[in-house]
Write a protein that binds this ligand. Sequence first.
Ligand code: WT7
Length: 578
Amino acid sequence: MKETEPIKVMTEGHNMKSYAKACENFDWRDMEKAFSWYETGKVNAAYEAIDRHVDSGKGDKTALLYSDPKREERYSFREMKEQSDRFGNVLKKLGIQKGDRVFIFMPRTPELYFSFLGILKVGAIAGPLFEAFMEAAIRDRLEDSEAVALVTTPQLLSRVPHKELPALKHIILVGEGELDEGFYQLEEGFCSFRKEMAEASTELEMEWVDREDGMLIHYTSGSTGKPKGVFHVHNAMLQHYQTGKWVLDLKEDDIYWCTADPGWVTGTSYGIFAPWLNGVTNVIRGGRFSPEDWYGTLEKNGVTVWYSAPTAFRMLMGAGADVVKQFDLSKLRHLLSVGEPLNPEVVRWGLETYGKRIHDNWWMTETGGILISNYPAMEVKPGSMGKPFPGVKAAIIDDQGNELPPMRMGNLAIRTPWPSMMRKIWKNEAKYSEYFRIPGWYISGDSAYRDEDGYFWFQGRIDDVINTSGERVGPFEVESKLVEHPAIAEAGVIGKPDPVRGEIIKAFISLRKGHEPSDELKEQIRVFVKEGLAAHAAPREIEFKDKLPKTRSGKIMRRVLKAWELDLPTGDLSTMED
Ligand code: WT7
C-alpha cells in the first residue's frame, strides 16, 4: 500500500468543475432532462443517441469517422439515422420482434454500427460478439441466448454451427462475398445485407420501449460454468450519458476515440452510447494494433479524447518515445484507461511522453458503466482507480457486509442500484443473485482498499477469473476446452503475472496414458484452444504434471497451482486428496 505523488489538475474548463460540488445534491433524475423522453415519455436509446440530434438540427454533424486499412468513410448523424432505420426495416421484414435476440459477429465496420442501432430501434436485444471467437464460444452464446437472427460475414460463417442452433432463423451476410450465389440464394434463412438494405426504406417506425426493457447482452466469464449473459436495459443510457460528460469530459467539438471492440462492454457503453448520446464525433478504427497505426489514427482524425486500456498503453510504452515524436498529437487533451490495473509507471510515462495524465477508471461488464474514476478536475493518484462517480456509493466490506475503515483490504462493493446496473443474467437467476448475496450491495468480486482521501486501490480478483490484456477469461472455459483434446486427462488453468499483458494464461496439464510431454504437443494444444475457443484464451505457457492438486471431491485446486507457480505458501490443504 504505497502512495505515489499525486499529479495535479493540469487544465481548466472541465464539464465537472469540482468533484465535491458534483457529489452535493446529486440526483440521477436531474440527468433525465437531457433526453427527449423526459418530455415525450417515449424511450429508445438508439433514438436518443442518433435521431434526437437530427431532430434538433444537428443532422449534418459527423457522427462516425470510420477507417481501416481498406476503407475510409464518414457518416453524419442523419446518415446514421437513415442506415439504422433501413436496418430496422430489414429486421421487421424478417419478422423480428421486440425482445428477440439479434446477434452480431463481425469485425468493426460501419455496418456493425448500423446493425446495432437498427436492432435497438425495433426493440430487439443486441448481442455483439467479438470477431476472434471460434466455434465453441459462438455456439455457447447463440445457444444460451436463443438468438433468432445473426449478422455475420461470409468469412466468419464457418465458425457458426447454424444447423445445430434451432432458434436461429435468419443469417444476414455482410461484406465481401455476401452477394455470391450459394450463400443466400440456395439456403433458406440466408440473406444479403446489401441487397436487403437497398430495398429497405430509410423511414422506420420506431419501437418505443419501457426504460426497463432489454437492449443488450454481453457474455462474460466467471470462475465456474459457461459464460454468463449480462443483460442491460435502455435505462443504462442515463449513466452512459453522464459518465460521458464527467469522466470522458465530452464536449460539443470533441473528436473521440475509444479503442475497444463492441464485442466487449467498453466498446458499446463507451464506443457507441456515451459519445453519441453526447452528440460527439466518434472515431472507429478497424484492423490490428500497431503503434504507428494508432498514433496515425490519433493524428489523422485530430482525436481530442482517447479511451484505451493498460495493455495498449504498456505496448505503446514498449515501442518507445521516438515513435511518438513522428506524429502530431497536439489535439489530444484527455486520456483514459480501463480494464485492468494501470501501473503508476505507465501514468508517469504518459505524462512525460504525451504531456497528459492518463485517467484510470473502474467498472465491469455487469455494472454497465463507469463507477469509480479519476476525474479531470481532480488530482490523479497514479495506481489508484479514483473515486466513486457522484451518486454512486462504493465501499470496502467484509464477507458479512460490514463496511471497513480506510486502508483495510476487502470486497469492493457498490450500493444498489445505479442506472446502468445489469438487470439479470440471462436465464440464470442463481448466478445473478450471487452478486447481491449481501443485502443492499453489489459484490464485484474484486478486492481493494480505500485510502484516507477516498481513493480506491485495486488489489486483485477474489475468484479465479483471469484478466489477460484486459480481456476476461474464465479458467473453467479454457480447462473444458483443454480436456477435449485427446492427449489431455486433466487441466488446471491460472493467471500468471506478466509485465505487458497484466496476466497470461498458464495451463497445468496431466496427460492420458500413452502420451508423452513434448514441445510439439504444447504447440498443438495451444492451436487447439486458439481454433476451438479464441486466440486470447489460448495458454501462453503450458506445464505438464503427472498429477494435479485436487480436492477430495475432484475439483482442481487452482490456488495451489498458483502458489506453486509464484512460490507462495499453499495455505490450507486439508481438503486436498492425498
Ligand atoms: C474486471 C471487469 C468494463 C471495463 C472493461 C473490463 C478489472 C476493470 C479496472 C481498473 C483494475 C480493473 C476488474 C473488474 N478491472 N477496470 N481500472 N483497475 N482492474 O470489463 O471484462 O467485465 O472485467 O476488470 O477485475 O472486475 P470486464
